[in-house]
Design a protein around this ligand. Structure first.
Ligand SMILES: *Cc1c(COP(=O)(O)O)cnc(C)c1O
Length: 364
């Protein structure tokens, strides 16, 4: 009898990743996950609570999410058959990587390309599905390095290119001309434009128009960053032909009835609430950014609901000082080099931001 060895069964990519480091615990100010502050009105919360109750608890959800897809399509100026709904965008990322993993040549691994630093779920989801992941550093201003991107695309011929714009953790939208150049260079790939933070960017900067300009673009959006992270609702908008294929790897009941109903209500009737979240967060972002700068830290321009901050010395002691006072922000110093002094701070309520400023001033 051979000894049982788990490692002989595991997808090799698992050895190269760690489970997503979601933070837990209780904090005075939780500013580490880019959630929106709780700003919905009591009336909106009551309407949401009502929407959560299904007509029939015993029935499966609508596997086609008909109402929700129609609401998303109407808002995006797309057709419902160009919309696929997931248990938020994390699931859609995984579905795309599952459907689009044919190697370019027999015996090769499929490849995914993204930038660094960026949202870690692209790499994680790709690695656990056997992809090789190519990571191209952003330039000194945290924008796309078009030359390096085009060279990497030509050399690696990735199945998928993932670009979060606005990018997490760096905060800004990518320049639209650079984005177009990269999409054009990746004409053999699907280019995923992740708009998780688009609600906090200047209006009119939605990248949905790229869908009509290029046949190989998919746009991801989510309700998670505008105040509804608990629902787990996100979607992709892309070519109907691609949506039909990705739909085959989607579990039929991936989005629960309460989530479908609440999300449909939000999109159809609670636009004013989303607008208020957007306005409050943007105003607080500008105030917090100016105040942190006055403390002597460097803050990058942000089109999102968080700030990309450079500390004067190593970030680790600052992170520890904040944690000791119940404030959780995200640190990047473990990656070293140009991230050694970087923190990502979610914009919170005015009171949370004031507390952060207070503690930060003492910590420096
Ligand atoms: C937070 C985030 C998401 C989120 O995902 P959901 O699964 O929709 O909650 C997607 N993309 C980026 C870049 C993010 O930062």
């Amino acid at each position: 009898m051979q000894d049982f060895r788990l490692s002989t069964l595991l997808e090799p990519g698992l050895a190269e990743v760690r489970a997503y480091p979601a933070s837990s615990g209780s904090f005075v100010a939780r500013l580490d996950s880019n959630e929106a502050p709780a700003l919905f009105s009591p009336d909106a919360c009551a309407a949401l609570a009502g929407a959560l109750v299904p007509d029939a608890w015993n029935r499966y959800p609508d596997a086609r999410a008909t109402e929700l897809r129609a609401a998303i399509a109407a808002r995006a100026g797309a057709s419902p058959d160009e919309v696929l709904v997931g248990a938020a965008s994390d699931e859609v990322i995984a579905l795309l990587l599952t459907a689009l993993r044919r190697p370019r040549a027999p015996g090769e691994s499929p490849r995914a390309l993204t930038v660094t630093p960026t949202f870690p779920m692209y790499r994680l989801n790709a690695k656990v599905r056997g992809f090789d992941v190519v990571e191209v550093p952003l330039d000194a201003a945290w924008d796309l390095d078009v030359g390096a991107m085009c060279a990497a695309i030509e050399a690696s011929r990735p199945n998928l290119v993932f670009l979060a714009s606005p990018n997490n953790p760096t905060g800004a939208l990518f320049s639209i001309d650079r984005l177009r150049a990269v999409i054009a260079a990746a004409s053999e790939s699907i280019v995923v434009i992740d708009e998780a933070y688009i609600d906090f960017a200047p209006t009119g900067r939605s990248q949905l128009s790229l869908l009509r300009a290029f046949p190989n673009v998919v746009v991801l959006q989510t309700l998670s960053k505008v105040g509804l992270a608990s629902l787990r609702v996100g979607w992709m908008i892309g070519p109907a032909e691609l949506v039909r294929e990705v739909d085959k790897v989607r579990q039929p009941y991936n989005v629960t009835t309460p989530s479908q109903r609440a999300a449909t209500l939000v999109l159809r009737e609670l636009g004013d609430e989303l607008e208020r979240v957007r306005a409050v967060v943007i105003a607080e972002r500008e105030r917090l950014s100016a105040s942190i700068s006055r403390l002597g830290l460097v803050v990058s321009p942000s089109d999102a609901n968080f700030l990309w901050v450079e500390t004067p010395g190593p970030a680790a002691p600052v992170l520890a000082a904040l944690a000791a006072r119940g404030i959780s922000v995200r640190g990047y110093h473990e990656a070293g080099e140009r991230l050694a002094r970087r923190l990502r701070v979610t914009v919170g309520l005015a009171s949370e931001n004031d507390y952060l400023l207070d503690v930060l001033a003492g910590a420096l």
